[in-house]
Design a protein around this ligand. Structure first.
Ligand code: HEM
Length: 162
C-alpha cells in the first residue's frame, strides 16, 4: 500500500488529515479573534461554515481510506520496526483518547452550526441565542484543539518514531 506524502509510512489521507488539523486550529483562532474583537459576524459565519465543511470532508475521506488500508493495524504493519507490545498498548490508549475527542468534536460542531443557522438571523447579529452559542462555540474550539493535539501525537508515536 502507498505511503503518504510527508515521507512516513502512513497513508495519503492520514497525511491530508494531519495537515488539515494543523491548519484548522490557527484559522479558528483567527476567526474567533475576528468575532470577539472585530465583531465581523458575517465573515465569522462564512469562515466557520467553510471550516466545518473542510473538517467533515476530511474526516469522511479519512474513514474511507482507513477501511481501504485495513484499519490502523493495516497501516502500522508498514512500519520498518514493529512497535513493541508496551508501545502498542500505549499507542492504543492514546488512540482511544484521540477518538473520544474526534467523535465528540463532530457532534458538538454539528450542533453548534445547526443551532446557529437556525437561531441567528441572516446576516447574523448577536441576540437571544448568543449566550448558548458562545458556550457551544468555545466548547467546539477546545474540542477541535484537543483532537488536533492528540491526532498529531498519534501520528508521531505511530509513524514518525523510528
Ligand atoms: C462550529 C462553528 C462555530 C464556532 C466554533 C463558533 C464560535 C463562536 C464563539 C466562540 C463565539 C464567541 C466569541 C466571544 O467570546 O465573544 C461566537 C460568536 C458568534 N457567532 Fe459563532 N461559531 C460558529 C458558527 C457560527 C455560525 C454558523 C454563525 C451564524 C449563523 C455564528 C454566529 C455568531 C455570532 C452572531 C456571534 C456573536 C455572538 C455575540 O457576541 O453575542 N457562529 N462564535
Amino acid at each position: 500500500m502507498q505511503n503518504g506524502f510527508l515521507g512516513y509510512p502512513a497513508s495519503f489521507m492520514l497525511d491530508v488529515v494531519v495537515c488539515a488539523l494543523v491548519v484548522v486550529v490557527p484559522l479558528l483562532a483567527f476567526n474567533l479573534y475576528l468575532v470577539k474583537f472585530g465583531r465581523n459576524y458575517a465573515l465569522h459565519k462564512k469562515l466557520q461554515l467553510l471550516l466545518a465543511a473542510v473538517l467533515l470532508v476530511a474526516v469522511g475521506l479519512f474513514e474511507v481510506d482507513m477501511q481501504l488500508q485495513g484499519g490502523i493495524d493495516g497501516i502500522l504493519t508498514k512500519r520498518e520496526r514493529p512497535l513493541s507490545a508496551e508501545e502498542l498498548a500505549s499507542f492504543r490508549t492514546l488512540l482511544y483518547v484521540h477518538l473520544f475527542f474526534a467523535i465528540s468534536t463532530v457532534v458538538v460542531w454539528i450542533v453548534t452550526v445547526a443551532a446557529a443557522l437556525w437561531k441567528f438571523p441572516s446576516p447574523p447579529v448577536p441576540g437571544g441565542h448568543s449566550r448558548l452559542h458562545k458556550t457551544l462555540g468555545w466548547l467546539s474550539a477546545v474540542d477541535i484543539t484537543a483532537t488536533a493535539v492528540t491526532g498529531l501525537m498519534v501520528y508521531y508515536y505511530g509513524f514518525m518514531v523510528p
